[in-house]
Design a binder for this molecule. Structure first.
Ligand SMILES: [Mn+2]
Length: 411
């Protein structure tokens, strides 16, 4: 059995913007690759839609795109959806699509989401804490669908659901969550699941949500980040990897990647300046944008310019206006430019810090100085021995510090 896998189509992304067709064109290409590669089913790991309530315009285009696999000849296979206490045989047309919801197309419990609508219309098989059992010529693939849940609760919910691989089948877990190892910092609002928390015994774990693709070998398993089919954020990681479709071969347990044709390229530049004039910054931005334009064919590229550093005396960040530059590249590139230049006062603070560093004061003496400075502003000023107070505080002797405040100064 061959399964096409992709994710995060974000249909409706940038509605009303010059990029509004891109999500649909890329989604169309992804479905066409799945058909061309003669796969037996398509798996989509969430965020089919960009918003929970897509506009009728988006819905119409989505139905047109989802009718592409429906026109394929029906593969010789049987699908049933199995829940904790339920089992339902699925009737489908053409090439079946099996999907979970993500974060963008998620609606609260009790509200109907768009995927349920597409499921009821026979366009896809929607899994929410359920598994799809696919059987073909005596072979079975089980797709366990863990639809997106809020990150803070995701580890708890995953443990509660506790998916178990089915014996004698090739097991795929499909999810849509942040994974700690792929984030630059730790925050339980953003991720609670780490690779080590993932359940054992699955041949392949497919995750949507993060928009760049990646394959990582785990013990006895493969962890696949599908990436999105459309670039939604001009991030460095998204610039490095092309968008596409993975094809999983259940016998070889292999993954092949097929790039989407005609995808808009993203160029990411981080440029550091030192004592630059506003003219020099603008000229460099122009050169980089021109370079991106000449290095791409097809759709005008997205160019992300991150300009940092400091400016020459007498120049301020406010002097640099990219309006003209953006106009100059209209129709040739989509520019997104950010500037982070140190201002004079910020530079002064840095030089003060450098001065402190150069004077080689110990952390304790810097702390004592700060405490003295802060006390000067209070009524406690000079009412007790500051050094003694600092020592008590640094040793966490809070009660003694309080009694020091209460008793008069010795000298
Ligand atoms: Mn997404």
């Amino acid at each position: 059995m061959k399964l096409a896998i992709f994710s995060d189509l974000h249909l409706g992304f940038k509605e009303g913007n010059e990029r509004e067709q891109e999500c649909f064109e890329n989604a169309r290409s992804a479905f066409e690759i799945a058909c061309r590669e003669q796969t037996d089913a398509i798996l989509i790991a969430g965020d089919i839609f960009d918003v929970p309530l897509p506009s009728p315009e988006t819905m119409l285009k989505a139905f047109e795109i989802f009718s592409i696999p429906q026109k394929q000849s029906k593969p010789e296979l049987k699908i049933s959806v199995v829940g904790e206490k339920t089992e339902k045989k699925v009737n489908f047309n053409g090439l079946p699509v099996i999907a979970i919801h993500g974060t963008h197309d998620y609606r609260s419990i009790g509200q109907t989401n768009v995927l349920e609508l597409f499921d009821a219309s026979g366009y896809l098989v929607y899994l929410k804490m359920k598994k799809a059992v696919i059987e073909k010529n005596g072979e079975t693939v089980c797709v366990h669908g863990f639809s997106g849940v809020p990150e803070k609760k995701s580890l708890d919910v995953l443990r509660l659901w506790n998916p178990k691989p089915v014996n004698g089948a090739v097991n795929i877990l499909m999810m849509h969550q942040s994974i700690m190892e792929f984030l630059p910092f730790s925050d339980e609002m953003i991720a609670t699941i780490s690779l080590s928390n993932l359940p054992q015994g699955f041949d392949l774990i497919v995750n949507g949500h993060l928009h760049w693709s990646n394959i990582q070998k785990l013990e006895g398993s493969t962890f696949l980040l599908t990436g999105s089919t459309v670039t939604t954020q001009m991030k460095k990681l998204e610039a490095e990897k092309p968008k596409g479709v993975f094809v999983f071969d259940h016998e070889k347990k292999s993954l092949d990647f097929f790039e989407l044709p005609m995808q808009r390229k993203l160029f990411y530049f981080k440029e550091k300046f030192s004592s630059a004039t506003s003219g020099e910054v603008l000229e460099r931005a122009r050169t980089l944008a021109s370079q991106a334009v000449s290095d791409s064919s097809g759709l005008p590229p997205m160019v992300r310019l991150k300009l940092v550093g400091n400016l020459a005396d007498g120049f301020s960040s406010l002097d640099i206006d990219f309006k003209e530059l953006k106009k100059e590249f209209e129709g040739r590139a989509i520019l997104s430019i950010s500037k982070e230049f140190f201002s004079a006062s910020f530079k002064k603070k840095i030089s003060e810090l450098r001065g402190l560093h150069a004077s080689k004061q110990s952390i304790a003496s810097i702390g004592l100085e700060l405490l003295e400075k802060n006390l000067e502003k209070t009524s406690f000023d000079k009412s007790f021995d500051v050094r003694e107070m600092f020592e008590l505080l640094s040793e966490n002797k809070i009660d003694e510090a309080i009694s020091l405040v209460q008793k008069p100064k010795k000298d």
